[in-house]
Design a protein around this ligand. Structure first.
Ligand code: CP
Ligand code: NVA
Length: 302
């Protein structure tokens, strides 16, 4: 089994991963992965959290991770993804890859005989969404009928994955951003099959009654050429004390990080009492462990 898209997991599979996370958290049982299991982390974009949390997850589960920078691989000299996938599959037990194109991840998985995990592409960030939704459930006490307002770049990879995972579990999702930057129609239409998902170009009405206000950078990796334009377009959608006041008074602020204080979020919100971004980040370790165990338990690991 691969985890390339957030839509690869059914509601039941997501809940099973969350139960594994609960067991790990409560230390109820000692859980380890197959002895000497190895995760290859194949990255062509930078990463702090995803890379470190996967490496630490494998170490703490009794396995090992190898970080593979695409630029230092023969891929940078033209070796195909397919050949690389075959070779990694003959040494390792899992691949987590961070690439620009989602189609490259699909290509990688087609030549792999071990599970392939999406560690972020331009289109999706499925492991992030698992940590996000788990964190929401811990704080709001539920995901079904919880209202999540995604503020800013509602076409971001994080928005695509969050809307699929959270809508599948019954959350209401308001995508709040400028009309000039609509959500990705494929993900938007899919999420609307699962739950109440809608757009709103007004922060005031879009955030009304929200339990969670989520934001991400205005300029995702690979979009640097559009920096000035994006900063201007998204500025009215900054997560700050004013926009936060439109949400429910108990609402919490989330950010996948890395954050740009003064751009998509202000420091007082990110570092203030309403922020659960740091726990959200910490939960990436827990959920990556749970995912790796889930992929092992389903018997698809080598
Ligand atoms: N949230 C997240 O994926 O962070 P990194 O880019 O640092 O991995
Ligand atoms: N949307 C951001 C997420 C970073 C974790 C990016 O792709 O750069």
């Amino acid at each position: 089994m691969n985890f390339i898209s957030s839509d690869d997991l059914s509601r039941e599979q997501i809940m099973k991963i969350f139960r594994i996370a609960d067991d790990l958290k409560s230390n109820k049982v000692e859980i380890t992965i197959k002895e000497h299991a190895v995760l290859a982390l194949l990255f062509e974009k930078p990463s702090t959290r995803t890379r470190i949390s996967f490496e630490v997850a494998m170490t703490q589960l009794g396995g090992h991770a190898i970080y593979l920078d695409k630029q230092a691989m023969q891929m940078s000299r033209g070796e195909t993804l397919s050949d690389t996938a075959k070779v990694i599959s003959s040494y390792c037990d899992f691949i987590a890859a961070r690439m620009f194109d989602q189609s490259q991840l699909v290509e990688l998985s087609e030549s792999s005989t071990i599970p392939v995990i999406n560690a972020l592409t331009d289109l999706e960030h499925p492991t992030q969404a698992l940590a996000d939704v788990y964190t929401i459930m811990q704080h709001v006490g539920r995901i079904n009928n919880a209202k999540i307002a995604f503020l800013g770049d509602i076409a971001a990879n994080t928005a695509n994955s969050l809307m699929i995972t959270a809508a599948k579990l019954g959350a209401e999702i308001a995508l709040v951003g400028p009309q000039e930057y609509p959500p990705n129609s494929t993900y938007y239409n899919r999420a609307r099959e699962y739950s109440k998902v809608y757009t709103d170009s007004s922060a005031e009405s879009g955030l009304e009654d929200a339990d969670i206000v989520y934001t991400d950078t205005y300029v995702s990796m690979g979009q640097e050429a559009q920096t000035e334009y994006r900063r201007k377009m998204f500025a009215p959608y900054q997560l700050n004390a004013k926009t936060m006041s439109y949400a429910d008074k108990t609402a919490l602020a989330m950010h996948c990080l890395p954050a740009h204080r003064g751009e998509e979020i202000t420091g007082d919100i990110l570092d203030g009492p309403k922020s659960i971004a740091w726990e959200q980040s910490a939960n990436k370790l827990l959920l990556n462990k749970a995912l790796l165990l889930y992929l092992s338990e389903t018997g698809h690991s080598r």
